[in-house]
Design a protein around this ligand. Structure first.
Ligand code: MEV
Length: 427
């Protein structure tokens, strides 16, 4: 901790930082930021992810970030019971899924997927004859298929590979662009690496065939050929009657009509979805980007879920969104916690994982809407939030529950109150 002093002349220009070990980097950071030994020791403890592995996963590693994994119980998806690991820092998220699924356990969730197709885009600009270029590219379909499939023989062996070609003419600020979509079945992989490799391989050919210049070659996160759907019915008697049902329907109608509300409504859905995505080592940002882009596909951002009253007067609910998730590759394969979570889930295909995740999103949304349309979310939230505040105030062991209980009883979940209660408790 001597190379850099915590002072006026500290510099973020650290030569060879990436070549150092996590511990060496941590020492440099500690000197830069003036960290005390307790903070350094805390960061050096990487928990159940080995420093060697963490150091291989991203660049410039100095530590890890632990997020609790909770288990959603009561979930029944396509007739099969499943325990769902959820990694989240937000209280009430796991409880929301458990509660929703308890209220439809007899029915469970029915799910489907549209397939495991990913899209890669190749952008060609300065094409003299875009319409004719489009036809030239479509004529090359077989050649393009051959080049793409040769990139990943293993994927082809597993039943995946190039499936189709779309060529779009896009009017942009920079003129007409010829945008080629490679549609690839990536099976149990999320598929980013597979399709990006294909896009890069095919790009010079596209430049030649269009006579233009090719710039971007990258997957689209609007994975609308990889959507997952879930449906269920919450029976009137199980959810508290017609006024609860009508409140949920009205909450949905609000989100359907208003992007300000839809953003929050869909954020709640993603509370559940991203937690499973993270627990399984999948790419939370890819799925979130896809979900929100899908919610705006009509040109107006709207709800990812739908609620209706069925012929029996019960609450019929559905969700549909792109879910580009995989079981092989990336953190899913190498992170031991992700592997453990997949074992808990018992999924053996990316398709089954997507189905379960869609059901979790719907369950999450039901609970949020039910709470919002009835008692509000603060009462449920506050019970767990109070525990966090108690810990922040310094409570340990049994003190946490005791202090939290007093905060909730007093309906004032504040750190100063928690400190006062804790001081009294300790005499
Ligand atoms: C909070 O994280 C999520 C909610 O705001 C979702 C919603 O409003 O539907 C409760």
């Amino acid at each position: 901790m001597t190379e850099l002093g915590h002072g006026a002349n500290r510099s973020s220009r650290i030569a060879g930082f990436h070549r150092k070990s996590p511990q060496e980097r941590l020492d440099l950071v500690a000197a830069f930021a003036g960290l005390d030994q307790g903070t350094v020791d805390h960061l050096a403890n990487m928990g159940n992810l080995s420093p060697q592995l963490a150091d291989k996963m991203i660049e410039n590693v100095i530590g890890t970030m632990n997020i609790p994994i909770g288990i959603a119980t009561n979930m029944r998806v396509d007739g099969e019971d499943v325990l769902v690991p959820m990694a989240t820092e937000e209280s009430s998220v796991v409880a929301a899924v458990c509660n929703a699924a308890r209220q439809n356990y007899a029915t469970g969730f029915t799910t489907s997927v549209s397939g495991t197709l990913m899209i890669a885009q190749v952008q060609a600009v300065d094409v003299a004859d875009p319409h004719a270029a489009r036809l030239r590219l479509l004529d090359k379909r077989d050649e393009i298929k051959g080049i793409c499939d040769a990139c990943d023989p293993l994927l082809v062996k597993l039943g995946g590979g190039f499936r189709d070609l779309e060529v779009r003419l896009l009017e942009t600020l920079g003129g007409t662009m010829v945008v080629t979509h490679l549609i690839v079945d990536t099976r149990d992989a999320m598929g980013a690496n597979a399709v990006n490799t294909m896009a890069e391989k095919i790009a010079p050919h596209i430049a030649t065939w269009t006579g233009g210049r090719v710039f971007l070659r990258i997957l689209s996160n609007l994975a609308d050929k990889r959507v997952a759907r879930a449906h269920t019915v919450w029976k009137l008697d199980d959810i508290g009657g017609a006024s609860v049902r009508d409140g949920i329907i009205s909450a949905y109608q609000f989100a359907e009509a208003d992007p300000y509300r839809a953003a929050t409504h869909n954020k709640g859905i993603m509370n559940g979805i991203s937690a499973v995505i993270l627990a399984t080592g999948n790419d939370t940002r890819a799925v979130e980007a896809g979900a929100h882009a899908y919610a705006a596909r009509s040109g107006r951002y709207t709800s990812l879920t739908r609620y209706e009253i069925n012929k029996d007067g019960d609450l019929s609910a559905s969700i549909e969104l792109p879910l580009a998730v995989g079981l092989i590759g990336g953190a899913t394969k190498i992170h031991p916690t992700a592997q453990a979570c997949l074992k808990v889930l018992g999924v053996t295909t990316a398709e089954r994982l997507a189905r379960v995740i869609a059901a979790v999103g719907l369950a999450q949304n039901f609970s949020a809407l039910k709470a919002l349309a009835t008692v509000g979310i603060q009462s449920g939230h506050m019970a767990l939030h109070a525990q966090n505040i108690a810990i922040m105030a310094g409570a340990v062991g049994d003190e946490v529950d005791t202090v939290a209980r007093v905060l909730v009883e007093r309906k004032t979940v504040r750190i100063d109150v928690a400190q006062e209660v804790l001081a009294k408790l300790r005499g």
